[in-house]
Design a protein around this ligand. Structure first.
Ligand code: ATP
Ligand code: MG
Ligand code: MG
Length: 554
């Protein structure tokens, strides 16, 4: 870490490296539970774990924390791998699964039983939890706490062989019922669940709890730094307790906590995101309004922009809500550099240039990206009939209106200066055609007349050459900065009813004909757009990724 200040995790790592701890290795892991799609919060954790591995020439594992088969699905396992790779990271070797360690964990549980450090409890979960009391008063011992190791071993083996129903028995660690840390008051290690597992099938009907799984999985994989979110800080003594009982090597994984990063104007819990999907409030996990990686990808976000966002947010010990505007800033900044500029008219009105010869066409040369010298130019057809944006014209315009108005001149981007002469209207008074004249000496890039100054420059599309498309304008899914943060109000009350506007009959310049799913463009003067997966040849569909300016800041 030269030239930049170290965050607190890098500081810990560098101190340990200096001491030669764990042989100077850095080995992190990203441990998702396969119970939903990854979201932008996970992305920051992915960038952190994989980033540290790269920074310190170490490794980063992908481990599925699959100890709760009732909520897990193979669909999620696939999507998680795809999302991590799309973000630009590759885990060490094959993905790991906590379920790979079920046998080892079981053997370790028997070892603890034989050493008198674990016991089978017949009480229901509510009783066990009530007996833990409160942090200021000691807990009450279970009447089963002093079962002999032999009896416990017999009962635990019968739990494993399926003799009992869910909830009839649990295995608990025998630690300290008076500990000030409630998690140390004889935590549950195993529960009975007669549920098939997506990887181990019907082999097991007892499943280890997170606390009995995570540290040992870290150990088995040689993880040095087990980075997790702040709510696990109180679990750390338990994480260490299990390792202390089971492991006698000098090597130890170390748990380090950092604060969750949340995003304003959205929800991040997988439970709530799942509800939005299941109730059809969004079009799926990949709906462009979702804070999921797959949703951001479909919206047109780039991996670079998300990695840059994670970098800017940094790591901290205090929980933070990051403004959605920062994420939008990051994608705008990146797309500004890489997205080709094109002209698209979303709400078209017809323009006829009366003094332009009928039947004549020409092409004008337009820069693809002024931010990128290598991007070149393209030829765009120009003709007598064009489309411009309906709101780029105003009949009775105020003084500062620098777009098209009666009697005023504007430049058509890359082409000519035109002057509006008259308008045609339908019976309701809506403008159907704008009549203009053009000045043939003002073609962009030619002679001195082309430098004549006019206040406004408009984008346009030649009518006979235009291709039609559907354009989906997405806005924030919620109207409230913290929709899940209201005590007695359901988060769905804060949905933004205008979060999707579908425009059909939009007119695009013909260079877009071959655009393919995922291609990204700047529609000049409008924002950044990408081709949606619903797009078909001849029936293009675009999503708005983000506008050109932060219009939300007003
Ligand atoms: P949820 O509460 O939505 O179910 P989770 O934390 O249980 O999320 P996991 O699949 O267990 O989801 O998360 C995998 C990793 O991602 C964990 O190490 C977790 O700490 C990290 N993570 C999850 N959400 C965030 C967030 N908002 N900010 C930073 N890291 C996060
Ligand atoms: Mg969870
Ligand atoms: Mg979790």
């Amino acid at each position: 870490g030269e030239g930049k200040s170290l965050n607190f995790i890098e500081q810990i790592i560098e101190e340990e490296l200096a001491e030669g701890k764990n042989g100077g290795r850095v080995h992190t892991r990203f441990p998702p539970e396969p119970n939903g799609y990854l979201h932008i919060g996970h992305a920051t954790s992915i960038c952190l774990n994989f980033g540290l591995a790269t920074e310190y020439h170490g490794k980063c594992n992908l481990r599925f924390d699959d100890t709760n088969p009732s909520k897990e699905d193979v669909e999620y396992i696939d999507s998680i791998q795809q999302d991590i790779q799309w973000l630009g990271f590759q885990w060490e070797g094959e993905p790991h699964f906590a379920s790979d360690y079920f046998q080892q964990l079981y053997d370790w549980a028997e070892k603890l039983i034989l050493e008198g450090k674990a016991y089978v409890d017949d009480q229901p979960a509510e009783v066990i939890s009530a007996q833990r009391m409160t942090p200021t008063e000691p807990g009450v011992n279970s009447p089963y706490r002093d079962r002999t190791p032999e009896e416990n071993l017999d009962l635990f083996r019968r739990m494993k062989s399926g003799e009992f129903q869910a909830g009839e028995k649990v295995l608990r660690a025998k630690i300290d019922m008076a500990s000030s840390n409630m998690l140390m008051r004889d935590p549950i290690m195993y529960r009975i669940m007669h549920v098939a597992h997506h990887r181990t099938g019907d082999k097991w009907c007892i499943y280890p709890m997170y606390d009995f799984t995570h540290g040992q999985s870290d150990y088995l994989e040689g993880i040095t730094h087990s980075i997790c979110t702040l709510e696990f800080e109180v679990h750390r003594p338990l994480y260490n307790w299990f390792l202390d009982q089971l492991i006698d090597t000098e090597y130890r994984p170390r748990q380090i906590e950092f604060a969750r990063r949340n995003l304003s104007y959205t929800v991040m819990s997988k439970r709530r995101l799942l509800e939005l999907v299941q109730k059809g409030i969004v079009a799926g996990w990949d709906d462009p309004r979702m804070p999921t990686i797959t949703g951001l990808r479909r919206a047109g976000y780039t991996p670079e922009s998300i990695r840059n966002f994670a970098e800017k947010v940094g790591v901290a010990r205090r929980e933070i809500v990051v403004d959605m505007a920062l994420l939008e800033f990051c994608v705008r900044e990146h797309l500004n550099k890489i997205a080709p500029r094109v002209m698209a008219v979303l709400d078209p009105v017809r323009v006829v240039i009366d003094n332009y010869p009928e039947g004549q066409t020409e092409t004008v040369e337009i820069e693809n990206n002024p931010e990128d010298e290598t991007a070149g130019t393209r030829m765009v057809p120009f003709s007598r009939e064009l489309y411009i944006e309906r709101d780029d014209f105003m009949e009775d315009a105020p003084k500062k209106f620098f777009r098209m108005t009666l009697g005023n001149e504007v430049r058509l981007k890359g082409a000519y200066i035109v002057k509006c002469e008259s308008v045609e209207k339908d019976a309701e008074g809506n403008i159907t055609t704008i009549h203009c004249t053009y000045d043939a000496d003002t073609r962009s890039g030619t002679g001195s007349a082309s430098n004549r100054k006019v206040k406004g420059t408009l984008h346009w599309v030649s009518a006979p050459d235009a291709i039609e498309a559907e354009v989906r304008l997405y806005d924030r899914l919620f109207k409230d900065p913290d929709p899940a943060g209201h005590k007695d109000i359901d988060f769905k009350e804060f949905l933004n009813e205008n979060s999707l506007k579908v425009l059909t009959g939009c007119k695009l310049e013909p260079s877009l004909k071959e655009a393919k799913e995922g291609d990204r463009f700047q529609f000049q003067r409008l924002g950044y757009f990408c081709v949606d997966k619903d797009s078909k040849p001849g029936a293009l569909v675009f999503n708005r990724t983000v506008g050109l300016k932060d219009t939300w800041a007003k």
